[in-house]
Every structure is written in structure tokens, then in C-alpha cells.
Design a protein. Sequence first.
Length: 161
Amino acid sequence: MDMTDQQAATASPVQKMASRRARLRQANLGILIMLVIQYALGIGVNLYVTLPPAGAAGRNSDLFFSNGPLLAIHAALGILLVITAIVVVVRASVARQVTLIVTSAAGLVAIIVAAIYGANFTDKVTNGYSLGMALATAAALGCYAIGLFAASARQTARAPD
């Protein structure tokens, strides 16, 4: 057993909780960064990728990726966002931080709503679905920003003078 394993084995419950909170702050910051990147990719897809019109003959998923990798990257990052959002909810639950559980669960719901709008957008290509994606992403950004603030505020309140 190396020194890190010994320290982990002898860590007090207070140290373990502080470590969980630190990881939760990092996870909130990470998902915020991912959301900003996803938002920028979505803008790029909206401006520079031409999707086949709804009802076009031979319309299939291969046609969506014929204009370069931007849409594929956007979709892949969306899947990673859902997975990461689930991890953040689990971490908030393990840390037993009610505020962070609520903000991360709401963020996960917003990300799923954005994904649903995205799937519908690629099928029907309407401005309403594009707006829905953008607004749901903005809601997710707000949730995780509040979560990061709440996690940091708890840390500051507990810090010794």
C-alpha cells in the first residue's frame, strides 16, 4: 500500500466530505465548460451545416454528416454531456448537498430536453427546435453555474480565517 492509499484509508469523515465537495465543484466547472463548447458548436452547426430538407428523398443520417464533422462532434458531445450530467447528480447525492442535487438534477433534465429538441431539429429542421435547443442549453448553463456558486459558497463559509 503506497502513501496515498494509507492516507485515504485513514482520512476522517470530514476530510472525505471535503474531498467529495472539491470533486463536485470540479465536476460542475467541467460540465459548464462542456456546455459552453456545445453551445458554440451548435451555433456553428446552425450557421455552417446545411441539413437536408425535411421530406427529402433518400434522407438518412449519412446525409447529415456530409458537410464535415461539426454535426457529428456536436452530437457526440451531447451524449458525453448526458453521461457527465448523470455523474454530477450521483456525486451531489453522495456528498448529500441538497442544493447541488437539485441544481444538477435540473441541469440533467435541461440537457435531456436540449437533446430531444436536437433530435427533432435534425428530423424537421425548424427554427422552433433550434430555439428550444438554445434555451434548454442556457437553462442547463444556469443550473450548473448556480451549482458551482453554491459549492464554492459552502467551501468559503467553512474555510477558517
